[in-house]
Design a protein around this ligand. Structure first.
Ligand SMILES: [Zn+2]
Ligand SMILES: [Zn+2]
Length: 403
């Protein structure tokens, strides 16, 4: 009712609202970002669908919007050209070139709109970021941003360290890989849906690269774990070799705290995985439940020498409370995942670590109310996890408050 009464009236106070300088600067940039008439027509061609025929990465045919023919859009001498009259007269991008550029940029556009996050500088983390023109290249249109705080330029990306056009495919590959899809099937999926051919070796290197980024992030997160941990080891096949995979998970939250791949099953390895788990959790457990392997006893004794008291509960299955079912189930999950991949080959340790991150932060867990064991954001998405690298970089070199 109040709104209706006020309609059409502008009071003097409304006119003189003061807007901070930074806001108007951003506003100005947004307003000045315009699409040219040709760019808009190019977008319309893409939106219509079925107008662009891809021959290869450098050659496309775009249906003429007025005649019954096709225009040849080609990448040569470091630029896109077209055989239409408009291009031949002006030697500048015509609507057909724009159509191809936007079609090529679709993965970037998808990614940029998949999460409503403020764009932030990958170098300093500042949100005071402006558009700074775009580049047109073989891969489409690349938007360039300028950070007002540190003055550096950057491209759209999915985290502090992964930038550029392939970002969507990298993310897609990681997600499918962790869900158990084989590299060959991921390659086929990218080809089926995006009409892009990628060798499986490239997909493998993407998964490794993103996993490394995620490990940097997850190493900095302090998970909330309780006082009873479960430890067990399983045998897996790596490059035709029998190896042991040691795992420690938290009983209550089911958080997978640490894992270790080793050739033997001795005291040394038991100590290493336990030490790693204590480092990740930032504390030691009160109880460690195991299958009774002697190596754990020695590991616990060694921890005791360093002043850490851990009660060892072995021979499980006797008391329901302390049973090892939860870690057995986790092992079952890992086993299935490896079986689909027909065994682990190169960089097995890193790929397993990626699977652990997927299990801890992404995958909904039925018995945890469809949440993962560790909540990193409301969405539990790879994108949120990867973007944490920006926060981490921002905090590097900054003195801690209590120092
Ligand atoms: Zn043209
Ligand atoms: Zn910056």
């Amino acid at each position: 009712m109040l709104v209706v009464e006020c309609q059409g009236r502008t009071t003097s106070s409304e006119r003189s609202i003061s807007i901070p300088a930074s806001a108007t600067r951003n506003l100005k940039k947004v307003v000045t970002r315009k699409f040219s008439r040709r760019a808009l027509r190019g977008l319309a061609i893409v939106a219509t669908g079925g107008q662009i025929r891809r021959v290869n990465d450098r050659l496309f045919f775009v249906k003429s919007q007025t005649h019954y023919r096709e225009h040849r859009v080609e990448w040569s001498d470091g630029g896109w050209s077209c055989d239409c009259e408009d291009y031949l007269n002006r030697k500048r991008d015509c609507k057909h070139v724009y159509a191809v550029l936007y079609a090529l940029s679709l993965p970037d556009i998808l990614l940029a709109n998949s999460e409503a996050l403020e764009r932030s500088c990958p170098y300093c983390g500042s949100n005071d970021v402006l558009r700074d023109g775009s580049r047109k290249n073989k891969f489409g249109i690349v938007q360039i941003y300028l950070c007002s705080t540190c003055g550096r330029k950057f491209r759209e990306g999915i985290g502090g360290e992964v930038k550029g056009r392939k970002a969507l495919f990298m993310l897609l590959a990681l997600d499918l890989f962790c869900k158990g899809v084989s590299l060959r099937d991921i390659r086929n999926h990218i080809w089926q849906i995006y009409n892009v051919t990628v060798p499986t070796s490239t997909i493998h290197s993407w998964v490794v690269k993103l996993t490394q980024v995620i490990l940097k992030v997850s190493g900095k997160l302090e998970p909330e774990v309780a006082d009873r941990w479960l430890a067990d080891e399983m045998v897996i096949n790596v490059n035709g070799k029998r190896m042991y995979l040691w795992n420690i998970i938290d009983y209550k939250t089911r958080f997978h705290i640490a894992s270790l791949l080793s050739e033997s099953r001795g005291e040394e390895e038991a100590c290493r995985v336990l030490t790693e788990a204590i480092r990740v959790a930032g504390k030691a457990p009160r109880e460690l439940v195991t299958d009774g392997l002697a190596s754990y006893k020695k590991g616990i004794q060694r921890a005791q020498k360093n002043g850490i008291r851990i009660k060892h509960i072995s021979n499980v299955g006797i008391t329901k409370e302390a049973n090892n079912n939860r870690i057995e189930r986790r092992h079952g999950g890992i086993r299935t995942w490896i079986r689909i991949k027909r065994g682990m080959k190169e960089r097995a340790g890193e790929l397993i670590a990626g699977n652990v991150a997927y299990y801890n932060f992404i995958r909904p867990h039925m018995s945890l109310g469809d949440e993962p064991p560790c909540q990193i954001s409301e969405t539990n998405r790879w994108l949120s996890l990867l973007r944490k690298t920006i926060d981490i970089r921002r905090n590097v070199g900054k003195p801690a408050d209590n120092e």
